[in-house]
Design a binder for this molecule. Structure first.
Ligand code: IPE
Ligand code: IPE
Ligand code: MG
Length: 254
């Protein structure tokens, strides 16, 4: 009898790459009369649960929004709490991520981050670079507009250095984004009920499905992620083409 595989066969028709706007930590804490920092701390636990649940749902890449270029406008104490999340997450989870074959990539600008956070990020990426079972991308000091600007600047630098020629096209610009090399984003999820992108993955969002969930991020986990997969399976992705012949009509007649 063949040996039992260590991981169950994953379904194939669900999303491979799920991106999550982890929102609602503050409201979660406020509802309990707790400081916002507690909401962020619980948010780290939710991230761990979600990363653990993803492979069994057929997901091979998760991209999460941890800190936006606009989040610097929050009070200094909260910014410092949010910076500290990187320390907490990496310190408490790096060994397990490494053991489970997770590659960690940090998207966003390194410039402007505290030196110790930048060093932790570099170390984490280097330690997990060889892992290929699953990819976790953490957008930190990330803005979709800034990422597009940086990609355009990279192209200009390459042209000036004689490494690239010709006009800038979608492929060249995409290759300069911080998400280059990751599979296409299939679905962008936002928790907490807000319905906006807040500068997350603007380029990559072009044909991603959008899912809004009312759960506050610290309450997130396997069940909520399974619901995303279920909703995604019921979508008809047309990419500007025609509906699949067996797809249900989008609008009821009459
Ligand atoms: C998400 O929770 C975490 C970050 C933005 C870093 P918030 O802190 O935005 O929580 P709400 O939206 O105020 O509830
Ligand atoms: C987006 O959430 C950023 C992260 C989740 C890291 P925000 O809470 O900062 O977004 P707005 O201000 O509600 O648009
Ligand atoms: Mg918020």
């Amino acid at each position: 009898m063949p040996a039992k595989p260590s991981h169950p066969a994953a379904p194939t028709d669900g999303p491979r790459h799920v991106a999550l706007i982890m929102d609602g930590n503050g409201r979660w804490a406020q509802a309990r009369g707790l400081p916002r920092a507690m909401g962020h701390r619980e948010g780290v636990q939710a991230l761990k649960r979600t990363v653990q649940a993803a492979p069994a749902l057929g997901i091979t890449c998760l991209t999460v929004f941890g800190f936006s270029t606009e989040n610097w406008s929050r009070p200094a104490e909260e910014v410092s709490d949010l910076m500290g999340l990187v320390r907490t997450y990496v310190a408490s989870d790096l060994k397990r991520l490494e053991r489970e074959g997770v590659r960690v990539r940090i998207l966003g600008r390194r410039a402007g981050l505290p030196a110790d956070i930048a060093a932790i990020i570099d170390r984490t990426e280097a330690t997990t670079a060889h892992n290929d079972r699953f990819t976790l991308q953490v957008a930190f000091n990330y803005g979709g507009r800034a990422d597009i600007v940086d990609a355009a600047r990279r192209h200009v630098d390459r042209v000036l250095a004689g490494e690239a020629t010709g006009p800038l096209d979608e492929q060249a610009l995409g290759a300069g984004l911080s998400t280059a090399g990751a599979p296409p984003v299939d679905v962008i999820v936002r928790t907490s009920g807000e319905q906006r992108l807040s500068n997350f993955l603007l380029w990559e969002a072009a044909y991603a499905e959008l899912v809004y969930q009312h759960v506050l991020w610290p309450d997130y986990g396997a069940e909520a992620l399974a619901d995303v997969v279920e909703q995604y399976r019921n979508r008809d992705r047309r990419f500007g083409g025609r509906a699949a012949p067996n797809a249900a009509p989008a609008l009821a007649a009459g």
